[in-house]
Design a protein around this ligand. Sequence first.
Ligand code: HEC
Length: 190
Amino acid sequence: MRPFLLGVFVALAAIAIVALGIIQTGAVPARQDVPLGNLEKWMARTSLKATIEREAPQPPYPYGPPSGRDYAAAAVLYVQNCAVCHGTAKGTPTAIARGFSVRAPQLGKHGVEDDPEGETYWKIAHGIRMTAMPSFGQTLDPRALWQLTYFMKHMDALPPRAQAIWENPKLAPPPTPLPAPSPPAGARAG
Ligand code: HEC
């Protein structure tokens, strides 16, 4: 039995050394200007789907049903935090939006009205790994996250004020600056 176990151990160690060597040659794609490979795409999508199925909130959803004020507040939040990547009702994609290996959907054309609210909430709160989609759960409060979620769900039928901001982002005020982030654990002042 011993020589067999030793053989297995040596084989695993050899595989690990080869894998490390491959990574060190730069074989794992590191660029943002090349689309994801099929294997990367499959891994990212499959894992995202399973994670959302496990973690997304289920109905009844909080902070609903939204009022006209909620939709207008969400439109402002959208202009301040999302439009740079996802575009506005009529605009063309920005230089930032054109620079990702995983395209940011331009929500004016390809909205997410068909997705359940729980899924959209999860994506906004946690972000999407291996893409440029940020997590907003650390910077927006739960009410704001749900206002944005309901806005996404009803983007094709918004009340007038929200629709006006979504069509003309200049109507939104500039964002209020966030407090400075706390230094990472172990960081020294100065
Ligand atoms: C820095 C760029 C960037 C910003 C800013 C950004 N996103 Fe995204 N977002 C992305 C990318 C890239 C994807 C595509 C991810 C994918 O295909 O898996 C995405 C995906 C999404 C999706 C899923 C779309 C779909 O078709 O399934 C939603 C919903 C979304 N974002 C909402 C938001 C909201 C709301 C905000 C602002 C609070 C925001 N995003 C800000 C880049 C961004």
